[in-house]
Design a protein around this ligand. Structure first.
Ligand code: SAM
Length: 227
C-alpha cells in the first residue's frame, strides 16, 4: 500500500516502462509497479545497506526477485546500458540531492533513459532548471498535500532541445500553473502570506536588505498573477 505521495509518483509511470527507482529505500514503488503489472521489470537502487537488505528479503518473500533487482550503489551507478532502463524515478529527497545524483550520472547510464520522474521534497525550481538545462521537457506535474507537507512530482522527457521557462514557471511549475488544483492554490496562498510577512519584517529590520526585499516582492508578483 503506497502513501498518497508515492501513489502520485506511481501514476506517472507508463505501462511497460523499464524503471530504475533510485533511493528506493523499502522498494515499495517497484514492488507495487510489478505486482499491479504496470511494468515487468524494475531496479531498486539504494546507497544504504540497511534498507537494501530489508528490501531484498521483501522481494524474495513476494517471489519477485526475477522481476525486481535490488542493487546497492550510489545514484545511477546501479544501472548500465544492458539494463535498457528508460525511466528513472528519484523520489523523497531534496532538490539539491536529486540534481547532484543526476549530474553525476554518465552518458552510458543515461543512454536509454528518456523519462525522468522526480519528486523533490524541497527545491523544486532547482530540479526544473536542471531538467531544462539538460534538454528534458516537463510533460506532467502533480501536487498533493500529505502530513502537512506539499509534494510536487515532475515528469520530464528527453528532447533534442527544450525552450527555457519563465521565472514564474521555474518557481511554481509550468503545468501546475495551468492545472491550478486546490492543492496548488493552497500551497501558494500560504506561501504568499509568508512572503508578505517576510517583507513586512524586513522593512522593520534595523538593516534593510534591498536585494532580498526586491526578490521577495518579485515572488509576490508572480504568485499574485497566477492565483
Ligand atoms: N524513494 C523512497 C520514497 O520516496 O519513499 C525513499 C525516500 S528516502 C527519504 C531517501 C532514500 O534515498 C534513502 O533510503 C537514502 O538512503 C537514499 N539515498 C540517498 N542518497 C542516495 C544516493 N546517492 N544513491 C542512492 N540512494 C540514495
Amino acid at each position: 500500500l503506497l502513501s498518497n505521495r508515492l501513489q502520485a509518483v506511481y501514476q506517472m509511470v507508463e505501462a511497460g516502462a523499464r524503471v530504475a527507482d533510485i533511493g528506493s529505500d523499502h522498494a515499495y514503488l517497484p514492488v507495487e509497479l510489478v505486482e499491479t503489472k504496470v511494468v515487468d521489470y524494475a531496479i531498486a537502487g539504494e546507497v544504504a545497506i540497511g534498507p537494501m537488505s530489508r528490501s531484498k528479503e521483501d522481494v524474495e518473500k513476494f517471489g519477485l526477485s526475477k522481476k525486481i533487482d535490488i542493487r546497492l550503489g550510489d545514484g545511477l551507478a546501479v544501472i548500465n546500458r544492458e539494463d535498457k532502463i528508460d525511466t528513472v524515478v528519484i523520489a523523497g529527497m531534496g532538490g539539491i540531492l536529486i540534481c547532484d545524483i543526476l549530474s553525476r550520472s554518465t552518458m552510458e547510464q543515461l543512454s536509454n533513459v528518456n523519462t525522468l520522474i522526480l519528486q523533490p521534497n524541497i527545491g523544486e525550481p532547482l530540479v526544473r532548471h536542471w531538467l531544462i538545462e539538460h534538454d528534458f521537457e516537463i510533460i506532467d506535474e502533480d501536487i498533493l498535500s500529505e502530513d502537512h507537507h506539499d509534494y510536487e512530482i515532475i515528469k520530464a522527457r528527453k528532447k533534442a532541445s527544450v525552450a527555457g521557462l519563465t521565472e514564474a514557471q521555474y518557481l511554481m511549475g509550468p503545468i501546475l500553473m495551468t492545472k491550478k488544483s486546490d492543492a496548488f492554490i493552497n500551497k501558494w496562498q500560504r506561501k504568499l502570506n509568508g512572503y508578505r510577512k517576510a517583507v513586512d519584517n524586513m522593512h522593520n529590520a534595523k538593516k534593510i536588505d534591498e536585494t532580498k526585499i526586491n526578490r521577495m516582492k518579485q515572488y509576490i508578483k508572480y504568485v499574485e498573477e497566477i492565483l
